[in-house]
Design a protein around this ligand. Structure first.
Ligand code: C2G
Length: 129
């Protein structure tokens, strides 16, 4: 049972997120998503459209996702890897290199982002309609 983890806000869920989650699941057998809480989003300088509970409901409905946990801080990843016995940490390649410090305890994979879609772009386009 290969266990995978990924982290993110996943606001205004779109096909870029789904592409990432599908490929992350394809790396193993069990996928955990550590979902940024509203409080942690503030630290990230993000204000999500949907609050944590709504974003959690959406993620839990995705066939690739086996468990959703809270992401409350930048530095919980090492503990998460140990606690959940993670084999691979997967992120989009906008994060390339950022989590290489964890390579002593887990495989780290950066997958190509899906081009032309982002939550920010969706918000901006809707604003200009
Ligand atoms: N993503 C993607 N393609 C897109 C948009 C997003 O592959 N077009 C990926 C991102 O690279 C990330 C995941 O989808 O791996 C979630 O994206 P965000 O919700 O924007 O996550 P982010 O704010 O980058 O949070 O500790 C890590 C952070 O919590 C990551």
């Amino acid at each position: 049972m290969k266990r995978i983890i990924t982290y993110g806000t996943f606001d205004l869920l779109h096909y870029g997120h789904i592409n990432l989650l599908r490929r992350a699941k394809e790396c193993g057998d069990y996928l955990i998503v550590a979902l940024s809480t509203d409080e942690f989003n503030k630290l990230k300088g993000k204000k999500s459209f949907f609050d944590y509970n709504k974003r959690k409901i959406l993620l839990e409905a995705i066939r690739y996702v086996d468990l959703v946990i809270e992401e409350n801080s930048w530095d919980q990843k090492r503990d998460d890897v140990k606690l959940y016995k993670i084999d691979t940490l997967v992120m989009g390649d906008d994060w390339k290199g950022k989590f290489d410090n964890l390579k002593d305890i887990v495989e780290v994979k950066y997958l190509p982002r899906t081009p032309e879609v982002s939550t920010t772009q969706i918000k901006n386009e809707l604003k200009n309609k």
